[in-house]
Design a protein around this ligand. Structure first.
Ligand code: KIV
Ligand code: ZN
Length: 401
């Protein structure tokens, strides 16, 4: 396998963020409508290519959130000059007509939209969950893609539990999905079972064997049950995937999904090692992380790669000595690259509204409305009167109210 690619050989990596769908499925991570809109705006600034905004049939709240994001956030080009287009807004649907129609309805206002259809393909799921044969599975997949295609050009198909599905059957059904009009084929390791070699080999097998595979974008979707989600995703890229499905801070079902920040920075720090380049605004990574953490209430572990509190701290004497002499001795990424150093102003009771707005921006609330800012500023001043020092956690708590 080649491990050095020239710029001309590299393809753009499509970053599909599912923080608001798979991420929001984490225990205790649910977000209200306003919070979802705030996160979606930040993800647009971050440079996400495809935003999975929700699962419209699953609740009125999800439907409304997808629709609002499709209306208010989808057209935005702010900070996306390098990318040259707004985010594609995706909604999830099971392979049933009601889901697909509801999804299309919610996505309708978005300039660029995608229906994402999921149907399990592993024998375990077919026998025990869906109680259908492989033939019925193929029929449902094809018919649902054909229906979705009448409502939207951009269709993604996800064979749920692909990581444990029979490869020959997987290749057969995916060939039929491509023939029916799917434009992206995802390879979900739904239960986080695969190892990097296994997952990469599976992606390669499918790309090599599936009829029409050159007409679609292949995508990774890895869960972190064995702590291998990022490694599996990178292995998928080395083996032909050109889209990655990820979440901020790696939040998601059980042990979570692949972390966006880890995948992007692995590629960023190895600019010729992967057959892809990314267009993420890396300086927005830490503020995106803080925003998602504060709104979901899901704390980021302090030693978390890229966005953890300790990610750029040096404690031991030997390391500190090295850093003082030359940062490259112990830093493979500068804090500035990921926006980890953005604490520019110390805030207290004498601070003004502009400084407060700037801090909100640094904490990930770049798109806060004037009205919400005014309320937060008033609460901040009141807190300054009661507390000697007001820190970022206090401000985040105010902003999350
Ligand atoms: O893990 C999974 O299989 C999913 C699908 C909807 C892609 O989240
Ligand atoms: Zn998933």
């Amino acid at each position: 396998m080649v491990h050095s690619y020239s710029a001309a050989q590299q393809k753009k990596l499509i970053v599909f963020d599912t923080t608001l769908r798979d991420g929001e499925q984490s225990p205790g991570c649910s977000l209200n409508l306003e919070e979802k809109v705030v996160v979606a705006k930040q993800l647009s600034l971050l440079g996400v290519d495809v935003l999975e905004a929700g699962f419209p049939i699953c609740s009125i709240g999800d439907f409304e959130a997808v629709k609002r994001i499709a209306t208010e956030v989808a057209p935005s080009m702010e900070g996306r000059e390098k990318i040259g287009k707004p985010m594609i807004i995706a909604g999830l649907a099971r392979a049933v007509p009601a889901d697909i129609k509801r999804c299309a309805e919610a996505l309708e206002p978005a300039p660029l939209k995608r229906i994402h259809i999921v149907l399990a393909t592993s024998d375990i799921h077919l026998q025990h969950k869906l109680k259908i044969s492989r033939d019925e599975c193929v029929k449902r997949a094809v018919e649902s893609i054909q229906l979705a295609k009448t409502l939207c050009d951009d269709i993604e198909f996800s064979p749920e539990d692909a990581g444990r599905s029979d490869e020959e059957f997987l290749s057969f059904i995916l060939g039929k999905c491509i023939e029916a009009g799917a434009t992206t084929i995802n390879v979900p390791d739904t239960v986080g079972y695969n190892t990097p070699e296994e997952y990469g080999r599976r992606v390669k097998y499918l790309i090599d064997r599936t009829p029409g595979s050159d007409k679609v974008v292949w995508s990774t979707h890895c869960h972190n049950d064995l702590g291998l989600a990022t490694a599996n995703t990178l292995s998928g890229i080395q083996n032909g995937a050109r889209q990655v499905e990820v979440t901020i801070n790696g939040i998601g079902e059980r042990a979570g999904n692949t972390a966006l920040e880890e995948t992007v920075m692995a590629i960023h720090t190895h600019p010729t090692y992967y057959p892809v380049f990314h267009t993420i605004n890396t300086k927005q990574l830490c503020s995106s992380s803080r925003l998602v953490s504060s709104l979901t209430g899901s704390a980021v572990q302090s030693n978390k790669a890229i966005v953890g509190h300790n990610a750029f701290l040096h404690e031991s004497g030997i390391h500190q000595d090295g850093i003082l002499k030359n940062k490259s001795t112990y830093e493979i990424i500068t804090p500035e690259t990921v926006g980890a150093n953005e604490v520019s102003l110390i805030l207290g009771k004498h601070s003004g509204r502009n400084a407060f707005r700037q801090r909100c921006k640094e904490l990930g609330f770049a798109s806060i409305s004037d009205q919400a800012l005014q309320k937060a500023f008033t609460d901040f001043k009141a807190l300054c009167d009661r507390k000697k020092s007001v820190n970022d956690s206090d401000i985040l708590a105010i902003l999350a109210c």
